[in-house]
Write a protein of this length. Structure first.
Length: 456
């Protein structure tokens, strides 16, 4: 036992032993009486205050207290003396050289053999540099918090040994954490397993290679929605290379990721549309016959078909990326006719967004119908009229467009002797989609065209 060994020393049970321990202690020690006056200061405490041991009776420690700290110290000091209880306080005291230093005081009550309170035994520790460092760290952390908040960045640190994490307000918001959630599993468990492995490897590699880590992972929020988080930072390691702490910044890149995915999709779609568009142009050129036509007539027919294709393509660019307005398309195709004869073509139908690939084909079909009506059908005579109507209905669980073109008041209609591109377009090409159907009827009273087209 330590006391047994101590009793074997020559100084055992002598005042010299206690004096050696107290005077040589690497801390400032002092004793106070039952009214708080100092009755003893060890060497370090005397050097701090510049007090000679023979002047203790006249020394008043209260005079060295910083004026701004008097009120803050008075209440805890008075309570500890009154209740005979321990005390831990901090205050600034003037050192012998006139400089104020912040001391942390830990005091405990002491009693004599009769149990009577005789004062306090106290330890003072100079914490000036420690508190200044802590203040600088807080200021730096606050500045970092302001900077990250302005840039939508969050800050965090993850102790890989204990699992404890610390986050600023923005970091907690991004990681969907409450203020009291400090365990790494509070967020790590909401990361998909394969992404956890990516994070673990990135952090370990950062420590191993002494380079920053950059990692993107999915995080499931408590509401069930999934977000994409990007984290960048550094990893601290032990001398043997074991990763101990990861510190860095996090930001939500979900919208950026979605935009990139959308851009990739758009590029693929544009490539697909360009291929189809070139195919349609090639078909228009190939199928627009020159037989029985002059160069001017051929050019007019081809230009009309190309204009119809351009109109539908222009509307598809101006509209949403995945839909085209049927009313706008029909108005654009029929505008030349309706400009001279506004009552010759009646349109009836509600707002309807068409898939782009269907919209382009319908644009070509409407051009063929309008061109033929103007040349041979109802629109070739003053009293002829055309009605264009559309609606949607459900067929076999699928939403379908039902479009009808009806002519009346024109010359008697007869089926053509041969099927040109326009007729084949109306009857077959446009109805190639599964579930689609087209009916082109050459009735004497007027041509009738009916198209049923799934919209999914």
């Amino acid at each position: 036992m330590p006391w047994t060994l101590l009793q074997q020393t020559p100084e055992a049970d002598t005042l010299d032993l206690y004096r050696a321990i107290i005077e040589g202690a690497p801390a400032m020690l002092w004793l106070g009486d039952d009214i708080g006056k100092c009755v003893f200061l060890n060497r370090r405490q005397r050097e701090f205050w510049g007090v000679d041991i023979d002047d203790l009776a006249r020394f008043d420690w209260g005079r060295t207290l910083h004026p701004d700290d008097r009120d803050a110290l008075a209440e805890p000091f008075s309570r500890a003396m009154r209740d005979r209880t321990p005390m831990d306080v901090e205050a600034r005291y003037r050192r012998a050289d006139g400089v104020y230093r912040r001391l942390h005081t830990s005091a405990a009550p002491r009693f004599n053999e009769d149990g009577r309170f005789v004062g306090m035994v106290c330890v003072n520790i100079d914490v000036t540099e420690q508190r200044a460092t802590e203040s600088d760290l807080r200021a730096a952390k606050d500045a970092l918090a302001l900077a990250t908040a302005a840039s939508d960045l969050g800050w965090g640190t993850w102790n890989l040994s204990t699992g404890r994490t610390e986050w600023d307000a923005r970091g907690r918001e991004l990681m969907d954490l409450d203020e009291d959630e400090r365990d790494g599993n509070d967020w790590f468990a909401r990361v998909p397993r394969e992404d956890r492995e990516i994070i673990t490897e990135a952090v370990a590699r950062s420590g191993r290679d002494l380079r920053p880590f950059n990692v993107t992972f999915r995080l499931r929020r408590k509401t069930g929605t999934e977000r994409r988080i990007h984290a960048s930072g550094t990893t601290e390691t032990t001398p043997d290379g074991t990763a101990t702490r990861a510190t860095g910044l996090v930001r939500d890149i979900t919208e950026e990721w979605r935009e990139k995915q959308f851009q990739r999709l758009i590029i693929r779609e544009l490539n697909h549309r360009m291929k189809n568009l070139l195919g349609l142009v090639n078909a228009l050129v190939s199928q627009t016959t020159t037989e029985g036509r002059s160069a001017t007539e051929y050019r007019t027919a081809l230009r009309g078909r190309l204009d119809a294709l351009a109109a539908s393509s222009r509307l598809s660019v101006d509209a949403d990326a995945d839909a085209l307005d049927l009313h706008g398309l029909a108005s654009s195709i029929l505008a030349p006719i309706r400009a001279d004869r506004p009552d010759a073509v009646a349109m009836e139908g509600g707002p309807l967004r068409l898939p782009i690939h269907n919209g382009r084909m319908i644009g070509l079909a409407l051009h063929e119908l309008a061109t033929n009506a103007a040349k041979y059908g109802a629109l070739s005579v003053p009293d002829g009229k055309v009605s264009l109507s559309w609606r949607t209905e459900s067929r076999d669980g699928r939403d379908c467009l039902v479009l009808t073109w009806q002519e009346e008041g024109g010359p008697k209609v007869a089926a053509p002797g041969s099927r040109g591109f326009g007729t084949r377009l109306l009857e077959h090409v446009i109805s190639e989609d599964p579930g689609a159907s087209a009916d082109l009827a050459f009735a004497e009273s007027g041509l009738r065209y009916r198209l049923v087209l799934p919209l999914d």
